[in-house]
Design a binder for this molecule. Sequence first.
Ligand SMILES: [Zn+2]
Length: 257
Amino acid sequence: MTTAADFSPDGYRRLIGSFLDTGYEVRNFDDVEQEKPHLILRHDVDQSLQAAVQLAKLEANIGVSSTYFVLLRTEMYNPLSRDGMDAMRAIRACGHRIGLHFDASLYDDDRDIFEAAAERECAILETALEEAVGDISFHRPVRSLLGLPGRFAGRLHVYDPVFYSDMAYCSDSRGGWGHGHPCDHAAFDAHKAMQLLTHPVWWVTPDADPVEKIGTVLDARLERLHRELRDNCEPWSNATRIDPAETRAEIPGRIRR
Ligand SMILES: [Zn+2]
């Protein structure tokens, strides 16, 4: 039985530990073997690059490497801002890979249009990172992209049947194990490969409740925007004499939940 406490930094260490203790090796999408005890660690960064950095450091401490899939076109964060670039570099410095998290809902539902758009987004990420982006995952994937065999925009993609339907797949969507705990999966007992998708925000933020975790991300974002306005917008700066070290509750316009 999974409890909310399992979705914590210690819980993540225990989860990965239970794979390593039974002989699993952490692999990437380009060197995984289906019949072997190989574990692919995939993270879709939906809400917060800062949460991703925290998980990247935790993983470096336990000696595993993973792939962080970053959205280029989201309202939640800006990977090309100074904070965003610092975060992606920090993730890389921990020995992890950066992939593209592609939101197909922003484009017309057409395979050629999707691939051209993903190619453009990868090129932007590659220019920013000064390195190749070899893997793509889909954000809330549209039906036409699930189970698409072969490469997408010239790159590996995580919903290729070889990583998805032909391989064990577990995800912590909505902050829980909706389709069962990874260690209860038949593949775990059989020592076969698994793709494990986890979202950093569920693991690194301290509050137990998923809504509170998202609230923590929202508060941190609001505080960051407040600091940016204080430093760059004089009317706001003059009107708000708040030390950002003080409580977030004092920021004018704070969203009440
Ligand atoms: Zn996503």
